[in-house]
Structure formats: structure tokens, C-alpha cells
Design a protein around this ligand. Sequence first.
Ligand code: AMP
Length: 141
Amino acid sequence: MTTPAYEDDNIFAKILRGEIPAVKLYEDDDTLAFMDVMPQAPGHLLVIPKSPSRNLLDADPEVLARTIPVVQKLAKAARKAFDADGVFIAQFNEPAAGQTVFHLHFHVIPRHEGQVLKPHSGGMEDMDVLKANAEKIRAAL
Ligand code: AMP
């Protein structure tokens, strides 16, 4: 089974090109982190490499090696910002596994004991809430 080719009309490619807005948290030469607009818990964010790949399956290992430290950095910041008991990292490959946006991304979700996660790709969060949560994470970076 081969991984389909990358297509640059996906929504994260548009965010990287500045064609649509995102509530950004962190950026360097290789990666971008921003708030997920349909958070499964407060502070749910995404980390993406700037380099194009559809998902983990077709990613360059060197790109992954530069991305994971940023996932760790944002996971620590999100944990601190939300005083979380833990942090859930998720990453989906292909529709059968739940992938809906076809540019590699890592979900970073603060977790609290006993708090049930909202559904994946559920409702849109209010923009003011996303911005306030982003401010907390930026302050913890
Ligand atoms: P998935 O491809 O299933 O791993 O998930 C894609 C994620 O992207 C979902 O959690 C969506 O809520 C999120 N998402 C979709 N569009 C945007 C957007 N424009 N900005 C930020 N997050 C988004």
C-alpha cells in the first residue's frame, strides 16, 4: 500500500503560506505551532513541520527529528499553562486512522484526571477563548 502524493491545497499548507489565519504559538525555520480550532480540551494545539509531507508515513526522518523536540517544547508549555496532570500526543495517518487534514501534524492536548475529551474534529471554539488559551501557552514557553 503506497501513501498518496502530498497535495498543497490542504488547510495547513494554506496557513503556512499565510493564505488563511491561525492563532500561532511558536515558529522557527522548520516548524509552526498553532491552536486547534476544534479543541478536544482547553489548550489543544498542533505542531507541524514546514516541509511538506502528507503524514508520518511519507515524512523525511530528518524532518521528524527536527519536529519532535518542538512537540516536546509545546507539550511542556501546555502542561504548565493549564496545570495539566498529563499531555496526550496524537497523530493520525490516512482517513482510516482518523486523519482529516493531509499535512503532517502532531496534536498536543493537556489532560486532567477525570476530564473526558471532546470528540475529534467536533465543534469550533470561540476565537476569544482560543486567543486567551494561546496567550497562556506562549507565556509558559
Ligand atoms: P486530523 O487530520 O484528524 O489529525 O485532525 C486535523 C485537526 O485540524 C482537527 O483537530 C481540526 O480541529 C484541526 N483543524 C482543522 N482546520 C483547522 C484550522 N484552520 N486551524 C487550526 N486547526 C484546524
